[in-house]
Design a protein around this ligand. Structure first.
Ligand code: SAH
Length: 237
């Protein structure tokens, strides 16, 4: 809608009910991209086919997923592209794996909890992604993939994965660890240095401040994400 409200049509065979009235399924089905249709209460809607990000925002979340601002940092710092191979652990809800899979050649994701695998599989299917392999394995026990371009770690004790990462990353490959607290960052960076096969680059916190821009009410939004996590980046040498 013109006010920025979005409605995701999950089932084109039913009418879409909204607080702005309902849209008839036949009107939705026959509308072309960019076409305007009206609800029974004469509110105006634009029909747009969903892109990756629209579908991504609808995936199910069992574990806490990593926010978009932090995913953006990982992509920008490591320069991963369509030729890259990524290992991710733990899969959690599969959010990071799915986002990265959409831009790289392939992702292998490790997850110890069997009950999370189903959520990850459903999210992969929902997004129509074909280049993710899921492994029900503890990443501390070793990484089967070699010559990997990037390993992302989003788990409570990432320092325990460093030896496995060292044997799996290609020379020049990146490791990015995402942790909510500073003691975790300290232990991770210490372990990187002890291992000796890594150059530690940096730890950053990404702060995104969204603003309301509405007539003269132009100011930061009053409610924002307070804190998500710290991102530590290192390179295999
Ligand atoms: N980045 C994920 C969320 C990860 S939540 C997302 O965006 O959806 C952390 C996950 O790591 C949990 O599901 C947990 O079960 C898993 N995990 C913890 N330790 C692990 C280990 N040693 N190996 C593999 N997975 C692990």
């Amino acid at each position: 809608m013109r006010n920025g409200k979005k409605f995701f049509v999950k089932d084109i065979k039913s009418d879409l009910h909204t607080q702005y009235g309902y849209l008839k399924k036949d009107n939705i089905a026959k509308a072309k991209d960019g076409e305007k249709i009206f609800s029974n209460t004469h509110n105006e809607f634009f029909v747009i086919s969903p892109s990756f990000i629209d579908i991504y925002k609808k995936i199910s979340r069992k574990a806490q997923i990593i926010p978009l601002k932090d995913i953006g940092f990982i992509i920008a710092q490591t320069g991963i592209d369509k030729n890259s191979v990524v290992v991710d652990a733990g899969a959690g809800s599969g959010a990071l794996s799915c986002f990265l899979a959409n831009i790289v050649k392939g992702v292998v994701t490790y997850e110890i909890r069997e009950d999370f695998l189903e959520v990850v599989k459903n999210n992969i299917e929902f997004l129509g992604i074909k280049n993710i392999k899921i492994k029900n394995k503890n990443i501390f026990d070793g990484i089967d993939e070699k010559d990997v371009d990037l390993i992302t770690l989003d788990l409570p004790d990432p320092w325990n994965a460093i030896n496995a990462c060292s044997g799996s990353l290609k020379h020049g490959g990146f490791i990015v660890s995402y942790s909510p607290t500073i003691p975790q960052v300290m232990d991770f960076v210490d372990a990187l240095k002890t291992n000796g096969n890594f150059i530690y680059l940096k730890t950053s916190e990404i702060i995104e401040r969204e603003w309301d821009v509405e007539d003269r009410k132009v100011r930061p939004k009053s409610i924002a994400i307070g804190h998500s996590g710290f991102l530590s980046v290192a390179r295999r040498v």
